[in-house]
Unconditional design. Structure first.
Length: 666
């Protein structure tokens, strides 16, 4: 047997993934060996399948879990420790992995067994979570082409493989563009106005590229940038449309909506309602900016161009609220922010987060590992935290990922459930010299946001692994807890507990806190339109655009944007070429989900406002209720039912508009 298979860390049993020892050479033999085993397991299941939990769901969960945990592990390494060998290894086995997934999704014996459970007299005595598992599996099988005849089924499989390959290539192009482009600046005049933190990081980057004597004061300073994904976008859209037609849908957006709360019509209705509410505010934002630049003697109103907007918008914000994001960094050191975040989680949800470094292998020296305990002191979950930017190997942005889900079937000791494990990844400025990582306020919001996803995954009480944590939750509800957590960045007690000067320990002045709260609604109209525009483009691209037709994807994008934005995009704007959500991730025909879930999250937070944010007892009580519903139930119930269980009614957009300052507070 191949030595790389025999001693392969990917194939060994593990509690926590062996991130520290997995190498590209392990990937091909491990995945191929695993797929062969899972193929045999699947054949055995199909031969012996019965419409019962022990003979259908439990063995299926084991197969799915083994594949997901291993595949997610190597793809996580690609996202945080990217290199050519790892890419090549994953690319070589990706087609085989997708082929197995499609084969599993199209298994008629398994599909028929799930249908038999649903049609059985025992259906009504099954728990909510078990009914949800059955319904989800039936729906997923249909969307995997289980009903297709042989030639169409084969074509469907090819499309799925090609779509996975193209999306992977799309992501790689964006990362490569970032890695390949650099600009070396030696003239100090060219960097006037850049904040000290940016200069320090740029100088540190220059030093790492061989300019050993680089300093923040004297340079040189390095930076990074982008490539063309237009051809890939066309191919992806063409294949998505073909896939939709094979499944008897009119377009890919309808396929996407099959597993969401909304329909295409409902999503468009919400977007239009919010667009109308935001339009006048966005027009006023633009007029305010024009007047400000003219008053400053800097630009005539008509001279204000796209590259001026962000700069002058930030100057206007500083002028109105006397806030400078860069000057606030010393008050938001990473250790202080994380301690405050964990204290908030303790208050709201009764959990204790403690360091557990050394318990699990990590992929980088800066990665932290945490244990989460409930009020009894028992561990309930674990998570990794990878905070810093590494532009030459780590993809941009911030995200949460599942490592393993809570599961009764996959219990390590046969009694208590397997505990969930998550990953929290950010791209913050690393420590420079002796200073800790100092965060902008928007980075503070980002880490609160991603921790909300972590909380929903790790605080689940659902033992059915296929619907525990964030699994089985409709995508347009998945952002509820993450956006909900962002609200606490504006809660006085929470923020003032975090904001301490890293050198002096001085608290953030109260007037600065009040300005931050006031600035929250700054440009809410124009920023809201930007997000609504992307949501509209995303839906229109997947309902109305004709791939390979007379209109190019970029012309289509600009035509749609003109209707939605007060200031049209630059003619050379190629935003879609870097949009992970639409073409490199899981949000295709689903970007509206951010606004849909923002309605849910704002409404959920308004329950705390109604109870009284200054009433600690009421906050704790409401926090426990939020934990027992939104966080605990996971995908075990439809998202709307979970929301109603927490809030006592269906959601409305009133709280969102009020929080954005677009509708006056009652």
């Amino acid at each position: 047997m191949d030595v790389v298979v025999e001693g392969n860390p990917i194939l060994q049993p593990f509690v926590f993934p062996p991130y520290d020892v997995v190498e590209p050479k392990h990937v091909r033999p491990a995945i191929r060996t695993l797929l062969n085993k899972l193929e045999r397991d699947l054949e055995l299941l199909e031969r012996n399948v019965e419409p019962s939990w022990p003979k259908l769901v439990e063995p299926l969960e084991i197969i799915l879990d083994r594949l997901n945990v291993v595949w997610d592990m190597i793809n996580h390494l690609k996202a945080v420790k990217d290199n050519a060998d790892l890419r090549s290894a994953i690319e070589d086995v990706q087609e085989e992995k997708v082929k197995f997934q499609v084969r599993l999704g199209q298994s008629k014996p398994i599909y028929n067994a799930f249908k038999a459970i649903k049609d059985s007299p025992d259906w009504n005595i099954l728990s909510d979570a078990r009914r949800r598992v059955v319904e989800n599996q039936i729906k997923e099988a249909v969307l995997s082409g289980v009903s297709l005849e042989d030639d169409k089924r084969q074509r469907f499989s090819k499309i799925e493989q090609e779509l996975e390959r193209l999306s992977e290539k799309f992501r790689e192009n964006v990362l490569d563009a970032t890695k390949q482009f650099e600009k070396l600046i030696k003239d100090k005049k060219e960097i006037e106005g850049l904040p000290a933190t940016a200069l320090g990081l740029a100088a540190q980057t220059a030093a790492s590229k061989g300019h050993e004597n680089a300093t923040a004061e004297n340079g040189p300073w390095a930076s990074s940038g982008d490539l063309d994904n237009t051809g890939l976008i066309e191919q992806i859209l063409k294949l998505r449309l073909e896939k939709a037609k094979l499944l008897n849908y009119n377009n890919f957006a309808e396929v996407s909506m099959a597993t969401k709360m909304a329909t295409v019509d409902k999503a468009e209705e919400l977007i239009e309602k919010l667009r109308r509410a935001s339009w006048d505010a966005a027009v006023q934002d633009r007029e305010d900016l024009k007047k400000f630049t003219k008053d400053q003697g800097a630009l005539e109103a008509d001279d204000l161009t796209h590259w001026d907007n962000w700069f002058w918008s930030e100057r206007l914000r500083e002028s109105k609220y006397d806030i400078n994001e860069e000057e606030l960094r010393p008050f938001f050191s990473l250790p202080s922010v994380m301690n405050g975040l964990f204290d908030l989680a303790k208050t709201l949800f009764g959990i204790e987060v403690e360091p557990a470094d050394g318990l699990a292998p990590v992929w980088d020296k800066d990665v932290k590992f945490f244990r989460v305990k409930d009020s009894s002191g028992s561990p309930v979950a674990y998570f990794y935290f990878d905070p810093y930017s590494r532009p030459f190997e780590k993809r941009q942005g911030a995200w949460m990922d599942v490592v393993v889900s809570r599961s009764r079937v996959l219990s390590p000791d046969g009694t208590s459930s397997r505990l969930p494990v998550a990953q929290l990844v950010c791209n913050q400025t690393p420590p420079v010299g002796s200073k800790p990582s100092l965060m902008t306020f928007s980075e503070v919001e980002t880490v609160f946001h991603e921790f909300g996803h972590v909380l929903q995954h790790i605080l689940t009480k659902e033992d059915e692994g296929l619907v525990s944590g964030i699994r089985g939750i409709e995508l347009d509800a998945i952002e509820l807890p993450s956006q909900f957590m962002e609200n606490w960045c504006y809660h006085k007690e929470t923020l003032m507990g975090i904001a301490k000067h890293f050198e002096t320990g001085e608290a953030l002045p109260e007037e600065v806190y009040l300005k931050l709260v006031a600035a929250r609604t700054y440009c809410a109209g124009s920023q809201g339109l930007q997000q609504l525009n992307i949501a509209t483009v995303d839906l229109d691209v997947h309902t109305k655009y004709v791939p390979g037709g007379p209109e190019s994807i970029h012309d289509f994008y600009h035509r749609i944007s003109k209707k939605n934005l007060v200031t049209p995009r630059l003619p050379e704007d190629r935003f879609l070429c870097r949009d992970f959500h639409m073409f490199g991730g899981g949000y295709a025909a689903g970007y509206y989900s951010y606004k849909w879930a923002e309605v849910l999250s704002a409404d959920a937070f308004s329950a705390f406002e109604d109870a009284g944010l200054d009433d600690k007892k009421a906050v704790i009580e409401m926090g426990r209720k939020f934990r027992e519903t939104v966080l605990a139930l996971g995908g075990g119930k439809p998202a709307l039912e979970v929301f109603v269980q927490f809030r006592g009614r269906e959601p409305t957009p009133d709280a969102l508009l009020r929080h954005n300052g677009i509708v006056a507070a009652h």
